[in-house]
Design a protein around this ligand. Structure first.
Ligand code: BGC
Length: 936
């Protein structure tokens, strides 16, 4: 047995470093930062009382034992003092202005009310303070996009007034943005604060990471992974974003900087890759090597001797300033326009230095493959339809920081068109629309023109029909167990062939949320979800949200991670990998096999509510970050689920909206990150989306999950749906349409309450009976699920053989009791029954209620309560955990659709005369009534 120490302090140290490195400094005049030791700091902004550790929704529900915000961090650091006049005023004010949680899932306000800061008050405070630090906070999340309104993307009037008055009164003002993703920045030039930085939502160590930057212990080295435009309307997706029926990708591949650098440079406030630090760095090209690019061989596949790394660039980075620091170097390519048209610049590699002392240098080498330099021809305009090609012409490389200022590093002249990879048409739209394409002007600039998008000549259904696996008769039980596959005594195919139709129908149903079969409060259970499957030696695997840390709705504590955007801005893949080593160990500690993250959707539009869970507007950044996180977790043989596959770019109408995009945009923009995660990160768990694109729900698109993911990329692993997702064609999606999902080879439906009882009333057995689904197809899904479970820690535990980590806790204890305010009594009457007034039960997020019961006789008792959901979204997740004394006895999660009263029952066999019932609500939005304890 291997012994590993789960050292929370060390986990925290790495997370804190990641926040500091991910902090993006946009402005730093008058050397406002770092703040000199001994300074008296006037800390403005009510976010000092509610540091946002993450956004909202499933990706933000991590229970933490502490959150260090900026205020707590500053108070702890003896080098600084907080201005007492200001602090005392805020401390008074906050008493009457508590945090407004909103009323349920997806209804927490994007911002919280500010205290009024008048010009006079700011001036008075400035007399006794050296510098002002203003915190601005924002949240958004699942089911709740941001909006282009004051308090969301824009500053509120009160915030503007505060910034205006503070900047006027203080010689130096620093504005810190505690947000999930970018927001409007037009106010910077209006009020001119000396320093501005995004500190993002940094998880439980966030404030400490920010402190390190403020104090200069760490020089910020973050770079923007998104373009900050002058206004929301400037983003090319704006015209199509936010509807609930259709979302057309008219900008095609011109997402983010690909658009701005090609067509609209003047609409940019801060370009992609922008970020300042406290020092100066010189970046000199030491070596630029361009190997020749090999042709594909005759059958159109990539040649065996294909030179993967066709361009190798080495740069020497020297710290020429007077402050220690790190620098990330980004390498961009400018491809010839050719017949396809291409963005002015595209990111193809990046690397980051270690901490360099003034005068110190470091060489960094970056490699770029021909595949990365190629473009996808979805129309055949180059003569090579459905192929990645490098058109003839000059490929110019630029190196530096932001996309705009990067300087020429060298170029590669490609004399004739090269087919880098011949693929097959897949995923093209059904109907044509106009997409953006550059037209070169005589002055070297580009103008937007539009061309018709090629439409599909083959459908996913036709592909499926042409590739049906051999039909298999109903299996005869040969007594084989999964361990026989593990021990190479039989093949996986032989093993799954003996599963009955019912076994097969059950194994594709994951159970949850909060299944009692796995770690309490987790998202889902899969594999041996019935007795019959268990008897065949298939254990029950466990998965849990993600991506901001481990979510356990039982109230159990876990480590809250910095958000995806913050980690991506750090551009430090080694650090991310190290951070996710810890995450992997924490998963092992909690007996969870799979994290439901990283989130990998693109920041196509700044208002997407889940941008905090995702990394960037750029697919390469996205893919590399996901790959690093996965590598980190793989160290401990647990993994992450890359989600949401694919084209989930808005929360509004996420169940109904159809995204319409060209095959080129799908492959080059939306799938590219996932492709990198599979090929470079060894991803072996994927979650499809709620939504649909080009005619199919992603859950049911054979070309997406089989033709591209498995066959083209070589993915070997399990593919699951999002929770209660629909299957079928766009406009006709049904939760019960399991047959469509299995036909696509999306292995696992997440989630059903009870697999054996077919609680979702799915059509698997009916489709088997009428021949619209085959046993062969179900067997393939079953084999994928079994293989996945067999390779995960749960299997070793199940067969009681080796390789089980024995994890020692160290550092802070993380399993303390759920805190509660008061004890509620449940008096028992002569009839042996008692009740509790529902009005005294606090059902708000994270509320724990302790109900004290003194019974008359030690006989079996039952606790009952009626519950229903009151949420504005049908996909709301509203969990409840019921403990008897300290034992978790029941968990259930309502969805927003559960609007009818239902009874929850907990048997309490022969309890002690006195006992407690503890109700823990992990999210708002549950209504309760008829709470009763009675003798049986
Ligand atoms: C989200 C997923 C999440 C799942 C389980 C869904 O609502 O879209 O990202 O993993 O719930 O909580």
């Amino acid at each position: 047995m291997e012994k590993k120490i789960f050292d929370v302090k060390e986990f925290a140290r790495v997370a804190r470093r990641a926040v500091a490195e991910g902090t993006v400094l946009l402005k730093n005049d008058k050397n406002a930062l770092p703040i000199q030791a001994g300074a008296n700091i006037a800390l403005f902004g009510r976010s000092q009382f509610n540091y946002y550790k993450s956004g909202t929704g499933s990706g933000g529900m991590v229970n933490t034992s502490y959150v260090m915000g900026v205020r707590e961090a500053l108070l702890e650091d003896k080098r600084f003092t907080l201005n007492e006049t200001l602090k005392a005023t805020y401390d008074e004010w906050i008493k009457d202005h508590p945090f407004n949680t909103g009323s349920g899932w997806a209804s927490e306000p994007w911002f919280q009310e500010e205290m009024e800061i008048s010009a006079e008050f700011a001036a008075e405070v400035s007399k006794s303070a050296d510098i002002a630090v203003i915190l601005i906070g924002r949240t958004a999340g699942e089911d709740q996009d941001n909006s282009n309104t004051k308090g969301s993307y824009l500053l509120t009037d009160q915030e503007e007034e505060m910034i205006a008055n503070v900047t006027k009164a203080f010689d130096k003002t620093v504005v810190l943005l505690n947000t999930g993703n970018i927001m409007d920045m037009s106010w910077v030039s209006k009020y001119n604060p000396e320093a501005v930085a995004y500190i993002w939502q940094g998880g439980q160590e966030g404030g400490l990471g920010a402190l390190d930057v403020l104090s200069g212990d760490v020089a910020p080295s973050g770079r923007l992974t998104d373009t900050i435009a002058c206004s929301v309307e400037d983003y090319p997706s704006d015209a199509n974003f936010g509807g609930d029926k259709v979302n057309v990708q008219q900008e095609d591949i011109y997402v983010g900087y690909r658009y701005f650098e090609t067509f609209a440079k003047d609409k940019v406030l801060y370009p992609f890759g922008f970020g300042l630090t406290y020092s100066e760095f010189d970046v000199a090209v030491k070596d630029f090597g361009a190997e020749s690019v090999a042709e594909v061989d005759t059958d159109g596949k990539r040649a065996a001797d294909f030179e993967e790394n066709s361009i190798v660039v080495t740069v020497t980075i020297t710290n020429t300033g007077s402050f220690k620091g790190q620098n990330s170097v980004l390498l961009y390519v400018s491809k010839p326009q050719g017949r396809l048209g291409n963005p002015a610049r595209e990111l193809v590699a990046f690397a980051k230095t270690k901490e360099l002392m003034p005068g110190e240098s470091q060489d960094l080498t970056m490699e770029v493959s021909s595949y990365q330099m190629s473009s996808y021809d979805d129309s055949g305009v180059t003569g090579h339809k459905s192929a990645y090609v490098m058109e003839e012409g000059e490929y110019v490389f630029y190196v530096g920081g932001d996309v705009r200022s990067a300087v020429r590093a060298g170029s590669y002249a490609n004399e004739e068109l090269v087919v880098v990879e011949q693929l097959s048409e897949a995923l093209a739209p059904v109907e044509s629309f106009d997409r953006m394409k550059p037209v070169a002007l005589s002055n070297g600039e580009f103008e937007v023109s539009y061309e018709k998008v090629p439409t599909a000549t083959i459908t996913p259904d036709e592909r499926r029909a042409a590739n049906l696996p051999a039909e298999r008769p109903n299996g005869e039980d040969k007594g084989l167990k999964l361990v026989d596959v593990y021990d190479n005594k039989c093949t996986m195919e032989e093993f799954v062939a003996q599963l009955s139709d019912e076994d097969l129908a059950c194994i594709v149903r994951g159970e949850g949320m909060s299944s009692p079969k796995v770690t309490p409060g987790c998202g889902g259970a899969f594999g041996g979800v019935t007795d019959s499957l268990l008897a065949k030696g298939i254990p029950v695997g466990c998965c849990s949200d993600g991506p901001s840390g481990i979510r356990m709705d039982s109230g159990k504590k876990a480590f809250a991670m910095p958000n995806g955007t913050c980690l991506a801005c750090a551009f430090n893949m080694e650090l991310t990998e190290e951070l996710y080593n810890w995450e992997g160990l924490e998963l092992r500690k909690n007996k969870i096999d799979v994290l439901l993250g990283p989130g990998m959707n693109l920041h196509r539009h700044p208002l997407n509510g889940r941008n905090f869970e995702y990394f960037s507007e750029d697919p390469y950044v996205t893919g590399m970050n996901a790959a690093a996180q996965l590598r980190g977790m793989h160290k401990y043989n647990v993994t992450g689920t890359i989600k949401h596959f694919a084209l989930n770019t808005q929360e509004t109408g996420r169940h109904t909206v159809e995204h319409v995009a060209s095959e080129r945009a799908i492959r080059e923009i939306y799938l590219k990150g996932f492709e990198i995660a599979v090929k470079e990160g060894g991803a072996h768990a994927v979650m499809t989306t709620y939504g649909s694109f080009n005619g199919y729900y992603t859950s049911s698109n054979y070309d997406l999950v089989t033709t591209v993911l498995r066959d083209e990329w070589g993915f070997e692993g399990v593919i699951m749906t999002d929770w209660w997702a629909k299957g079928g064609y766009t406009g006709q999606g049904e939760i019960s349409n399991m047959a469509a999902i299995v036909r696509a080879q999306n292995d696992l439906y997440m989630v059903a309450f009870n697999a054996l009882e077919n609680s979702n009333n799915d059509n698997t057995m009916a489709a088997l009976a009428d021949g619209t689904l085959t046993r062969g197809e179900l067997m393939k899904c079953a084999a994928n699920i079994c293989k996945f479970v067999m390779e995960k820690p749960v299997f070793n535990r199940y067969i009681e053989r080796g390789n089980e980590l024995d994890i020692e806790l160290s550092g802070e204890a993380d399993e303390e009791e759920l805190a509660y305010d008061k004890i509620i009594s449940c008096p028992i009457g002569d009839d042996g029954a008692g009740s509790v007034d529902p009005a005294v039960i606090d059902t708000k997020r994270n509320a724990t209620n302790m109900i004290f019961v003194e019974i008359r006789e030690r006989v079996n008792h039952k606790f009952t309560m009626e519950v229903r959901a009151n949420a504005k979204s049908s996909l709301a997740q509203i969990p409840l955990s019921i403990f008897v004394d300290n034992k978790l006895s029941k968990m259930l999660t309502l969805t927003g659709d559960d609007t009818q009263w239902q009874t929850v029952e907990v048997d309490i066999p022969v309890p002690f005369i006195n006992f407690f019932i503890k109700l823990y609500f992990a999210q708002d939005g549950m209504e309760i009534r008829n709470i009763r304890v009675a003798e049986e």
